[in-house]
Design a protein around this ligand. Structure first.
Ligand code: C2E
Ligand code: MG
Ligand code: MG
Ligand code: MG
Length: 275
């Protein structure tokens, strides 16, 4: 079986491709089952104040330990988005992380939201009823979204954001600086926080990295929007970011994503250390 590609050239039959397709179909079925049986759970990564080092919040990150080993979110999130499973996955992560975070007083919870979820008209009502059921204070919840959705479906995104902001839910623009860094979006959609993409942090030790990072943070600061840096791996990066006015730090230097129990332990130890 040979077929033509767009440029009219013949493409040879590639058994690799069929195997890939089969694997994707298998993985999709496994993910469906995993969601049904509660195998997809959140891990939590701390966010700390750049100036005091105190844990101010945690980000929930979906983890899937399949029977064939852990699968990366970089694989199963896009898969869930393509196969119509992202709403169920997002719902499971939101519910589970709200229930855990209830036990961490004063700690903000950040949850990632896929553009597909945000564009579903049922999304805002679902979040509101889930918050009510969990008895979770809406001001303690921040939803992280990437800018793609603001360009592809701005009206629906705004409706959902406005409904949730009205009850106090916060919004962070995730991965800022890796796409079409939209200064406009930060303003127009009323974000409470901006997260500098880890690629910008990792570019710090390169030529113009520091200038770009400083300018990005200065921009958000000028708009009155506090900045979180993600992917902070060493003290040098933490120092530059703090001096640049970055408000919160997140990354392996501070802590990797861990279980709810480990976060609870870290919070107790920190509290004891500062008491
Ligand atoms: P993100 O929201 O930008 O999350 C940050 C990613 O960077 C996480 O990868 C985190 O584990 C990783 N990370 C944090 N600090 C460091 C560091 O110092 N060094 C390195 N090398 N990596 C660091 P993860 O957990 O693999 O998640 C990847 C992406 O998958 C997330 O990027 C997010 O876009 C998506 N994702 C994860 N969980 C969910 C979810 O529940 N729902 C949705 N819609 N997307 C999710
Ligand atoms: Mg995020
Ligand atoms: Mg990010
Ligand atoms: Mg990301």
């Amino acid at each position: 079986r040979a077929k033509e590609n767009g440029k009219g050239q013949l493409v040879k039959y590639d058994p690799e491709l069929d195997r890939d397709r089969l694997r994707v179909a298998e993985l999709e079925k496994e993910l469906r089952d995993a969601l049904a049986s509660g195998e997809v759970q959140p891990a939590f990564q701390p966010l700390v104040s750049a100036t005091t080092g105190r844990i101010t919040g945690v980000e929930a990150l979906a983890r899937w330990r399949s029977k064939n080993g852990p699968v990366s979110p970089e694989v199963f999130i896009p898969l869930a988005e393509k196969s119509g499973l992202i709403d169920a996955l997002g719902a499971a992560i939101l519910k589970a992380s709200l229930l855990e975070a209830r036990a961490w007083p004063g700690i903000n919870l950040s949850v990632n939201v896929s553009p597909i979820q945000l564009c579903n008209p049922d999304f805002a009502p679902f979040v509101i009823s889930t918050l009510n059921e969990a008895g979770f204070y809406p001001r303690r919840l921040t939803l992280e979204i990437t800018e793609g959705v603001l360009m592809s479906n701005p009206d629906q995104a705004r409706r959902a954001m406005d409904a949730l902001k009205a009850i106090g839910v916060g919004f962070a623009l995730d991965d800022f600086g890796c796409g079409y860094a939209s200064i406009g979006a930060l303003r127009q959609f009323g974000f409470d926080r901006m997260k500098v993409d880890r690629s910008l942090v990792w570019a710090l030790e390169e030529g113009q990295g520091e200038g770009i990072l400083n300018a990005t943070i200065a921009l958000a600061t000028a708009l009155g929007i506090p900045v979180t840096a993600e992917g902070v791996e060493n003290p040098y990066q933490a120092g530059v970011l703090t001096r640049a006015g970055c408000d919160l730090l997140q990354g392996y230097l501070i802590g990797k994503p861990v279980s709810a129990d480990e976060i609870t332990r870290a919070l107790v130890e920190k509290a004891a250390a500062t008491a």
